[in-house]
Design a binder for this molecule. Structure first.
Ligand SMILES: *Cc1c(COP(=O)(O)O)cnc(C)c1O
Length: 488
């Protein structure tokens, strides 16, 4: 069994086995003609269930053959130009190489004595990101597992920094007084964070958005005023720079003004919109982000990085102390005086992957402009897709994109019942998924079912968009035809 341990004696074994795996995946990527096979849960589950984990195969080729059957054949492939569903990007090769290196070396980024250079690389990438944002000299941050954790940590810092209101915030009564303001189309991780942070059930105030799906600052001002009047404590405003559904970017400069006026922590959730930090053409769309107290970025969404790669950045490094605990077995306090950099002092995690290496390899190979160019391409594709949809009488399209999503709905001219239109759109999405020809997402707008393209693949063309719109219309028409038959 020792031959399976990665070490000096097995270096050659490692090279061969991993190469074998890489070759399988490469062949798979080359041969993928659809984003999905359309396999049903009921067809796949017995194949996984049928495997006896207590009877290993011992042989790498046999294990890979089996993997083909239970996973690779029917995986959902984000690199395919007709995968248009969620915020999953095709990944860049330098980052995948970084992934292979980081898991083999297996550094853990919690302490200097488990990572050495890894710690310095991560810190340099944090500084690079805060400089791109414009957070100033005192800024800092740390890599996290994703936007959900970044938002949680940012809100933890905001909670600890929140000024006590009338009545103070001692005990649980204090926590119940804290309010977080986010737009009605903000990410649900804000609610989860509020719950984990012990805030009350009404802690997250939902601020309405306009037609453009951006937070209405007049409404935010009204809510902040109401909060003050009610003797409650405004803890944070979460501005979303790139909403998950619409890619809409809240008006950051106006929100920054209000946060300053009311003395509230400004968090910018740029999990999606962070790609603009590298953009050559559209950087101005997130102007105002530099005024944030904290920022969430997901490199695994718009920097073409493999999952996971995310960070939380803060204007004032000192605020990260709210996540600091010292343990004799890991990061004793004296190490701070000895100026030994232990990243665990800033993180919610302890053992932590060296995800930063992927971004490092990417920047050293392609440069930030290379990433920005790819992201600009998908933003431009979305603008083109919007024009196509707006001109297409079969479709209603919701909002002109600020990033790379399109939300739309098939609207047959002969059908007026909105519930029937809902069912036709739901059916079309399901049927498309089952066909494997393309994968699209869905959401609700104004209580009605809509479909969504999240365009993150520069290889997707307007011809792909046109073709998928035709497929959707075909499925929806088939549903409506059958529905007529059922009625008659
Ligand atoms: C995706 C997303 C998140 C959550 O990020 P994960 O990396 O999936 O945890 C948070 N906010 C927004 C706006 C997002 O789009």
């Amino acid at each position: 069994m020792r031959s399976h341990l990665l070490n000096d004696l097995t270096a050659e074994h490692y090279r061969r086995r991993v190469t074998e795996g890489v070759e399988r995946v490469a062949a798979k990527l080359a041969a993928t003609d659809r984003p999905f096979t359309g396999v049903a849960v009921d067809a796949l589950a017995p194949r996984v269930d049928g495997i006896d984990l207590d009877r290993p195969l011992h042989d790498t080729s046999a294990v890979l053959d089996e993997l083909e059957d239970v996973y690779l054949r029917d995986a959902v492939y984000f690199h395919h130009p007709r995968y248009l569903a969620h915020l999953n990007c095709p990944v860049v090769i330098p980052a995948v190489l970084g992934e292979a290196v980081l898991s083999a070396v297996n550094s853990s980024l919690d302490t200097w004595d488990q990572s050495a250079g890894g710690t310095l690389i991560e810190r340099k990438l944090i500084d690079w990101t805060t400089a791109r944002i414009g957070l100033g000299e005192a800024a800092d941050g740390v890599f996290t597992s994703g936007g959900t954790q970044s938002n949680l940590q940012a809100l933890l810092l905001a909670r600890e920094e929140a000024k006590p209101g009338p009545g103070g915030r001692e005990g649980s009564a204090g926590l119940a007084d804290l309010r977080v303001f986010a737009s009605e189309v903000g990410h649900f991780s804000v609610q989860k964070a509020a719950k984990l942070l012990g805030l009350g059930p009404d802690a997250v105030v939902s601020v309405p958005v306009g037609q453009d799906k951006r937070m209405q600052t007049v409404a935010l001002a009204r809510e902040l005023e109401r909060c003050k009047r009610d003797g409650l404590v405004p803890m944070a405003v979460v501005a979303t720079a790139g909403t998950t559904d619409f890619g809409s970017i809240d008006p950051l400069p106006e929100i920054a003004e209000l946060c300053e006026q009311y003395g509230v922590w400004m968090h910018v959730d740029a999990a999606y919109g962070c790609g603009l930090l590298a953009s050559l053409k559209h950087r101005d769309r997130i102007a105002g982000i530099e005024r944030a107290d904290s920022v969430t970025v997901d490199y695994h969404k718009s920097f073409f990085q493999p999952v996971s790669s995310s960070a939380v950045l803060v204007r004032d490094a000192a605020t990260l102390r709210h996540a600091t605990y010292h343990a004799e077995y890991l990061n004793p306090r004296r190490m701070v005086q000895e100026r030994i950099p232990n990243q665990v002092d800033k993180s919610l995690q302890t053992t932590r992957r060296f995800d930063a290496l992927k971004l490092w390899m990417t920047l050293r190979t392609m440069g930030a402009d290379g990433i920005g160019e790819l992201f600009d391409e998908v933003c431009d594709l979305a603008a083109e897709g919007w024009r196509l949809l707006a001109a297409d009488p079969r479709y209603d399209v919701v909002v002109e994109p600020s990033l790379s999503t399109l939300v739309f709905r098939y609207i047959p001219s002969a059908v007026t019942d909105p519930a029937e239109i809902d069912r036709a759109n739901l059916y079309a999405r399901k049927a498309l998924f089952a066909s494997g020809d393309a994968v699209v997402a869905g959401t609700k707008v104004g209580g009605r079912h809509y479909l969504k393209f999240t365009l993150l693949n520069p290889e997707t063309t307007t011809a792909d968009i046109t073709a998928v719109l035709d497929l959707i219309a075909g499925h929806a028409e088939q549903y409506l035809g059958e529905s007529l038959d059922r009625a008659s």
